[in-house]
Design a protein around this ligand. Structure first.
Ligand code: NAP
Length: 309
């Protein structure tokens, strides 16, 4: 049988790496299963301007590389593999990674969240070939092109502003007049001459045959009138959903799948802790995720002390 680890951390955004850093410094010899695409959502973020300590800002991938280095410096093993499933029915917990089984006294779940698609008509035929959820990944393919960005939150403003580096015109399509985005990001988009607005519009369907994206049929959410809006590409920025499939319902979540904290950062399963976007429906910031990773590691350490025998 494999050794029983004190802590296994699943997920490698700011929450996972911070949990790894704290658990490593507490001499718990943690292992992080970082996933095949390690680093989480910040790998797709160009500039982070609101993480304290970086007055000039820092690139998302650059910050994740620093966090990873810092965690491994303190003895954290980092493995770029996905966890397929876990068995939390008895302790030690089982963590299944391909054909390997890993055992742990405690788990820290920091798997974050992933982009939500609109699921409008014809979306599946244009996914990744005309429609994207990541401007940082795909923006450069739309040099001198006209695109739309769907959404009214910070993600939509950030994506739209970023896309103006490449695109000749970016139109933000938002379904109502009120925006969820912060004032500063909304104003930045509003003052950008390359950004135009379609307010009170929802995408009904996407236009064009497979491999030949042509735009969207938009519906006015007040009048119900439809119109075709022709463009070269679309970016969907309407939020995220937590990544919890591998838990197959063994940890209590809310009705959207976000893990619930029961006692401090501990979940409904004693010995299983969680932090970052996988629990957070409210703040969803790099700094709050890092803070929650720290909390989960401290709570796991104390729980091990209290349950040592
Ligand atoms: P969000 O704040 O939840 O905004 C989602 C937007 O998408 C809303 O405007 C919503 O419209 C719209 N939407 C949702 N479902 C839709 C649908 N089916 N059809 C059309 N529109 C739909 O999500 P987010 O923008 O991804 O931001 C999430 C969190 O990350 C926030 O806390 C944000 O501050 C943070 N964030 C921060 C930064 C930064 O500071 N650099 C960047 C990105 C994100 P309604 O308003 O009508 O519901």
């Amino acid at each position: 049988m494999p050794d029983v680890r004190e802590v296994i951390i699943i997920g490698s955004g700011p929450a996972g790496y911070t949990a790894g850093l704290y658990a490593g410094r507490a001499m718990l010899k943690p292992i992080i299963f970082a996933g095949f695409s390690s680093g989480g959502q910040l790998m797709l973020t160009s500039d982070i301007e609101n993480f304290p300590g970086y007055p000039e800002g820092i690139g998302g991938p650059e910050m994740m590389m620093e966090l990873r280095l810092q965690a491994s410096k303190f003895g954290c093993d980092i493995v770029d593999k996905n966890v397929d499933s876990v068995d939390l029915s008895e302790r030690p917990f089982k963590v299944n990674v391909g054909d390997e089984i890993h055992l742990a006294k405690t788990l820290i779940v920091t798997t974050g969240a992933e982009a939500i698609w609109l699921n409008a008509e014809n979306e599946s035929i244009h996914k990744g070939r005309g429609i994207s959820t990541c401007a940082t990944c795909d923006g450069a393919f739309f040099r001198d092109k006209e695109v739309i960005v769907v959404g009214g939150g910070d993600s939509a403003m950030e994506e739209a502003t970023f896309l103006t580096r490449f695109c000749s015109k970016v139109t933000i399509v938002h379904r109502r007049e009120v925006f969820r985005s912060s004032q500063i990001m909304l104003e930045r988009a509003r003052s950008n001459p390359k950004i135009e607005w379609k307010i009170n519009y929802q995408v009904k369907s996407w236009l064009g045959m497979e491999g030949n994206f042509e735009g969207a049929t938009l519906v006015n959410t007040e009048s119900g009138e439809e119109e075709n809006f022709f463009c070269d590409g679309a970016f969907i920025a309407i939020g995220h959903k937590p990544i919890t499939n591998f838990l197959s319902g063994q940890v209590e979540t809310d009705d959207q799948g976000y893990i619930l904290w029961k006692e401090n950062s501990m979940t409904s399963v004693p010995g299983v802790f969680a932090g970052g976007d996988v629990v957070d429906t409210r703040y969803r910031q790099a700094i709050t995720a890092a803070g929650m990773g720290c909390m989960a590691a401290i709570d796991a350490e104390r729980w091990i002390e209290d349950n040592a025998h």
